[in-house]
Write a protein that binds this ligand. Structure first.
Ligand SMILES: Cc1ncc(COP(=O)(O)O)c(C=O)c1O
Length: 367
């Protein structure tokens, strides 16, 4: 345990975990802090008046199987945002440690690190290199204080995937003192390409994943962390003290999704690909630039610099004048300024309507 203590914050390792007697059915319970009545109603499921079992074995086993790891490596929680936050809390001491992020990317990595009081070091993905990651830059920007390196593939907002060679190089950088956190929440939403997990290259890494994207269960709030088993317990101690767990019925929904939704997921992926194939050429036709074709997630990050260098004002103007909602690139990092993110998580008719409105707006802007 001593090297875990060295890496994860000692004060966190020392916390005690909440264990509920309800999870040991042989006990006589004279301590309950829940109401003894089950919820009434025809559809009520037994046990919803109790605190849930936070890490239900059945779900852990299924998730472990997906990654070929032991259930002892899985920590279930309320969405992958929670896992990002817990990692920052566990590893980053305020004012001392740092997290490395690669913008443009999902904003929660730096937000969580900053809330924790950690420094955020950026390795920008450059537009002129198709927003690809330069592993040399990662090496150069790492300091002795850098604890976590956040990667996201397929990436939000670019839809790009990391090359397996790059992942291999990055895995070689992972060492005692620096952990790679691979956000794999868009795994499965990949078109004409293949995604790779960081665990194919190293087990010195954390994986973040969840049900929000592949199973379209965003509102249920269910996600998980795959961690080297020594870290699961210290992180779980924080999680249980703070949040207890994912809701009971949400855990059942997670099992149902894994067991029953594969056909729907396959159909959804085919539908996303059709939308991607529609949107990509249309965006280019109306004057936006997409240098590298995205093969994952459901986003296209398009260059709008010939119309404006200020993506926030442009997005607001598009909203007000064209009645189309898009996301400004600046939200994902200063190096995506002048870019606009489009999501094709909407049906084809809406996409056609939205792009037509945008085309009219942009031609008025030019004329
Ligand atoms: C890359 C990435 N990671 C994590 C999340 C958050 O997912 P969850 O709903 O599981 O908290 C998002 C949400 O958009 C995302 O884009």
């Amino acid at each position: 345990m001593s090297w875990v203590t060295e890496l994860a914050r000692a004060d966190i390792v020392a916390l005690r975990v909440y264990e509920h007697a309800a999870w040991r059915p042989e006990l006589q319970r004279l301590h309950a802090n829940e109401l003894p009545w089950d919820p009434s109603g025809r559809d009520a499921r037994e046990g919803l008046n109790r605190y849930p079992q936070p890490q239900p074995r059945a779900l852990l086993e299924r998730l472990a199987e997906l990654y070929g790891v032991s259930p002892a490596s899985v920590l279930l929680g309320r969405g992958s945002d929670e896992a990002i936050d817990l990692l920052c809390r566990a590893f980053c001491r305020a004012g001392m440690d740092a997290a490395l992020v690669c913008p443009p990317t999902f904003g929660m990595y730096s937000v969580s690190a900053r809330i924790q009081g950690a420094a955020v070091i950026e390795v920008p993905l450059l537009a002129e290199h198709g927003f690809a990651l330069d592993e040399q830059q990662v090496l150069e920007r790492c300091t002795a204080r850098t604890k976590l390196l956040f990667l996201c593939s397929p990436n939000n907002p670019t839809g790009n995937l990391l090359e397996p060679e790059t992942m291999e190089e990055i895995a070689a950088l992972a060492r005692k003192g620096l952990y790679v956190v691979s956000d794999e929440i868009y795994h499965g939403l990949v078109y004409e390409s293949k995604e790779h997990s960081i665990l194919e290259f190293t087990d010195h890494a954390f994986v973040i994943n969840g049900f929000s994207k592949l199973y379209a269960m965003t509102g249920w709030r269910l996600g998980y962390l795959i961690a080297p088993p020594e870290f699961v317990r210290p992180i779980q101690k924080m999680q249980q003290n703070l949040f207890i767990s994912a809701n009971d019925f949400v855990q059942w929904a997670g099992i149902a999704a894994l067991e029953e939704a594969s056909e729907e997921v396959e159909a959804m992926v085919r539908t996303y690909d059709q939308r991607r194939r529609f949107l990509l050429p249309r965006l280019r036709e109306i004057g936006l630039g997409v240098a590298v074709e995205p093969h994952g997630a459901f986003y296209i990050l398009a260059n709008a610099r010939r119309f404006s260098d200020d993506s926030y004002s442009l997005a607001m103007d598009i909203l007000e004048k064209a009645r189309v909602a898009v996301t400004p690139g600046i939200d994902f990092g200063s190096n995506a300024e002048g870019f606009i993110r489009f999501s094709y998580a909407n049906d084809l008719k809406q996409l056609e309507k939205g792009v037509q409105r945008l085309a009219d707006y942009l031609s008025r802007l030019q004329g």
